[in-house]
Write a protein that binds this ligand. Structure first.
Ligand SMILES: Cc1cc2nc3c(=O)[nH]c(=O)nc-3n(C[C@H](O)[C@H](O)[C@H](O)COP(=O)(O)O)c2cc1C
Ligand SMILES: C[S@@+](CC[C@H](N)C(=O)[O-])C[C@H]1O[C@@H](n2cnc3c(N)ncnc32)[C@H](O)[C@@H]1O
Length: 416
């Protein structure tokens, strides 16, 4: 056993029957969190047991480390990871001594450990009602007083100890600013705690936050509020920081705010939508085996249809363009041209999100590219339109990461 192993906890896993909390599958609360896209990035499962919650996160694309003081549990977790072809790491380590791991993580999950620090409430020799009752004084496993537990926990996550002024139980105390109940930072769900940004540098997590919550917003665009010109220019300035081919292929952006021109462009967009919808590859006709992904298709179509009806009302339509046109170019040159306008367009959407705006990536209007060019005075013979990004203030701002299928499915190491 390693220095950090804890024989008393390990006994829960070497006994003939499985540990009472070990249900052989992820806890339902974590399945819900995973479905909401919360189990992402670099994730630590503290007190992972035999690893079901950690493996769930790994299967959804998180970069997972699971730790536990019970070596037998860790051995089982490793075996499951190998059987399931998942890349999660499992280590025998003490959740109260995370410094030794030298880990930087975005998310920490715990199921039944931090709130029980200092006790082994489910230990084999505890009474039958052990889930409800703290161990007796004679068991030698008295729970620590609340205040002391809180101190241990703040010490465990030193980057947040200065913020430990909140109210409530120890979890609320250690980072009231970051761990907002019900917000992006912190969730409580039947005793399960999800904590975000425990170890990561604030700048890294802010970037990841914007990268993972810049959603395609359509119904949520507030068409009653004007977007200041300076704000859009500010986003465009940031967008121009994306790489450009040959250090010379600058993209252009046509920003349409004039109501008459918006209406004309929106008219072509609606025609393009009507032509796109019955196509075999339209969102309405694509189906997926993954049930969560499949369930997203109908709302996506409903939202896209709404935008097609209301595009004229959106205060700003940003059309990224590039010259020369790609028509007839060799594929590698086309890749260079598209690669010099699409990253800038996405950077624009990210910068907009970071400034409290919302947007949506669209491009079906290109079916009527020449007609739209005529409305906007774009020289169609020379200039290629790449997208059409409606921009507005959002009705609400609590955007969450979207569900995406596990990254393993789409990652090919060394050969496809
Ligand atoms: C290349 C590309 C083209 C798209 N074209 C359109 C479009 O023309 N109209 C539209 O409403 N959404 C369009 N979308 C948005 C997708 O439908 C959107 O990404 C999807 O609904 C998922 O939303 P999410 O990114 O917020 O998870 C496009 C997205 C991409 C990447
Ligand atoms: C109630 S069990 C939950 C196990 C797992 N999270 C699950 O949901 O199945 C608590 C786990 O925390 C582990 N544990 C207790 N104290 C720990 C510590 N200081 N560091 C790491 N793991 C610990 C125990 O070995 C046990 O596996």
């Amino acid at each position: 056993m390693t220095e950090q192993a804890h024989p008393e906890w390990d006994a829960n896993y070497t006994a003939d029957t499985s540990a009472p909390w070990d249900i052989g599958r992820p806890q339902p609360a974590f399945v819900r969190l995973a479905d909401e896209g919360c189990l992402t990035g670099r994730l630590l499962d503290a007190g992972c047991g035999t690893g079901e919650n950690a493996l769930l996160a790994a299967s959804r694309g998180a970069d997972v480390t699971g730790i536990d003081v019970a070596p037998t549990a860790i051995a089982r977790a490793r075996a499951k990871a190998s059987e399931r072809g998942l890349a999660a790491r499992f280590e025998v380590a003490d959740a109260l001594d995370l410094g030794r791991l030298s880990l930087t993580v975005d998310t920490v999950i715990d199921s039944g450990i931090y709130r029980r620090i200092g006790q082994n409430p489910c230990s084999r020799d505890a009474s039958k009602s052990r889930h409800r009752r703290p161990p007796s004084p004679s068991s030698g496993r008295r729970p620590l007083p609340h205040r002391r537990r809180s101190r241990i926990i703040t010490g465990t996550f030193p980057c947040q100890s200065s913020a430990s002024q909140g109210k409530g139980g120890p979890h609320e105390r250690w980072a009231p600013g970051l761990l907002r109940e019900g917000g992006n930072g912190y969730r409580r769900d039947k005793g399960v705690h999800l904590m975000v940004t425990v170890g990561g540098l604030p700048t890294q997590s802010a970037v990841d936050q914007v990268l993972s919550t810049t959603r395609c917003v359509r119904k949520g665009l507030d068409t009653t509020r004007e977007v200041p010109r300076e704000l859009i220019e500010d986003c465009l300035r940031v967008a121009m920081q994306a790489p450009i081919g040959s250090n010379g292929l600058y993209p252009h952006f046509v920003v349409v705010t004039d109501p008459g021109k918006r209406a004309a462009v929106a008219g072509f967009y609606k025609q393009a939508w009507d032509a796109y919808l019955p196509l075999p590859f339209s969102a309405a006709n694509l189906h997926f085996e993954d049930p969560v992904h499949e369930a997203q298709q109908a709302p996506t179509v409903s939202s896209a249809a709404y935008l097609a009806e209301h595009l004229a009302d959106v205060p700003a339509l940003v059309i990224p363009c590039i010259t020369p046109r790609v028509d007839g170019m060799p594929l590698w040159v086309q890749a260079c041209i598209w690669g010099s306008v699409l990253p800038q367009s996405w950077s624009f959407m990210l910068a907009a999100r970071a400034r409290g705006l919302a947007s949506a990536w669209t491009q079906i209007h290109i079916q009527f590219e020449e007609e739209v060019a005529a409305v906007l005075g774009i020289n169609h013979a020379e200039v290629q339109q790449a997208a059409l990004i409606p921009v507005a203030y959002p009705h609400r701002e609590d955007f969450k990461p979207a569900y995406r299928e596990p990254i393993q499915k789409f990652t090919h190491w060394d050969s496809w």
